[in-house]
Design a protein around this ligand. Structure first.
Ligand code: KG4
Ligand code: ZN
Length: 327
């Protein structure tokens, strides 16, 4: 089963061709990060316009790189939520048009479900999984009992983890996106220098807004503090909290495997601590390559294969849902 997947929920225009929900034949991602860096964050209107410009060349590239044409496809899938409404509409409209042209089913895919399943691309994972999905828009702990079966165990009560990285980085004058900048700077800092608070609002929920405020207050009171120490101490407070939640989630579901997903899964300290947690608790761990952590269309095509078998095609009059949740 050969599926073309399309992803346009935020600031990446992506298309991929995946066989049988597992084998990546091509995966093309065109990032708009330079466009949005000028504004210090994603501007929805600009994102939609850029998707319109990029969608056809990106789809063409993905088909060409896989060595296939529309006639070879068994389905066309697109992310239909959650995300920015105008951005989602570009990918969904393109996918429907291509499905009509190729006379194959259209499949609408939940972005969060796709992130949770990205680990199955070119890999086998022992279930149940405890997945920590941390991006600029989401902080979720998810139990995946089997492929396609999701249960949300916890989330953030305020900012997403990536949002916290981006806001603190902006305050520290490190630019956008902030996560990679803080990660790099933290390598030269002392993570025990400043005891920032670890919020524990509920067993499996996370919170970052208090931490962000604490960083701002600390830096205003101690302008001489080395910025690398602030970055390292902030990062450690975020990672402490995330790893603590993941440990609780893993215990709660008897997880066989710990999995990270989302852009913040690129964080070197989070990867290190997650691997250590797995080793200490005798679980397997899957730390996806960066290209699978961040937004991509291979994960959309992979999830579409599961949904197509379970639920059949998505009607062509189905819309997008910017606030779509997960199971
Ligand atoms: O998944 P993603 O590419 O886009 C969505 O938000 O959907 O995630 C982007 C987020 C940004 O907030 C960025 O600052 C963060 O992931 N990020 C990182 C790192 N690399 C990217 N955060 C911490 N450490 C990193 N190395
Ligand atoms: Zn994402």
């Amino acid at each position: 089963m050969l599926i073309l997947g399309i992803e346009t929920s935020c600031d990446e225009t992506a298309a991929a061709v995946v066989a049988d929900g597992r084998v990546v034949h091509s995966s093309v991602v065109s990032s708009q990060v330079d466009l949005h860096a000028r504004y210090g964050g994603v501007v929805p209107e600009e994102a939609s316009r850029a998707h319109v410009d990029l969608i056809v060349p990106v789809v063409r590239d993905a088909l060409a790189a896989a060595g296939v044409t529309l006639a070879d496809l068994d389905a066309v899938a697109a992310c239909h939520g959650p995300g920015l409404a105008g951005a989602l509409l570009v990918g969904v409209s393109a996918a429907k048009a291509l499905a009509l042209a190729a006379d194959v089913p259209y499949v609408g895919v939940n972005h969060l479900e796709a992130h949770c399943g990205a680990g199955w691309l070119d890999h086998d994972l022992a279930t149940p999984l405890a997945v920590l999905l941390v991006s600029g828009g989401h902080t979720l702990l998810v139990e995946v009992a089997a492929r396609g079966e999701h249960r949300v165990l916890g989330s953030t009560v305020d900012d997403a983890a990536g949002e916290a990285f981006d806001k603190v980085a902006r305050f520290l004058g490190l630019g956008y996106p902030g996560g990679p900048a803080i990660d790099r700077l933290a390598a030269d800092g002392d993570r025990t220098a400043i005891a920032f608070p670890r919020a524990m609002p509920g067993e499996l929920d996370a919170s970052f807004s208090g931490l962000k405020t604490a960083v701002v207050q600390y830096v205003r009171a101690h302008p001489e503090a080395p910025v690398a120490d602030v970055a390292a101490s902030f990062q450690e407070a975020v990672v402490d909290q995330l790893v603590d939640k993941l440990a609780r989630a893993a215990d709660a579901v008897g997880a066989a495997t710990l999995v990270l997903g989302g852009g913040v899964a690129a964080n070197s300290r989070l990867r290190e601590r997650t691997a250590a947690l797995a080793a200490a608790t005798g679980r397997e761990v899957f730390l996806p390559p960066l290209a699978l952590c961040t937004d991509n269309a291979a994960m959309i095509a992979a999830a579409a294969a599961v949904r197509l078998v379970a639920d059949g095609p998505t009607p062509l009059d189905a819309g997008v849902d910017p606030n779509l949740g997960l199971g």
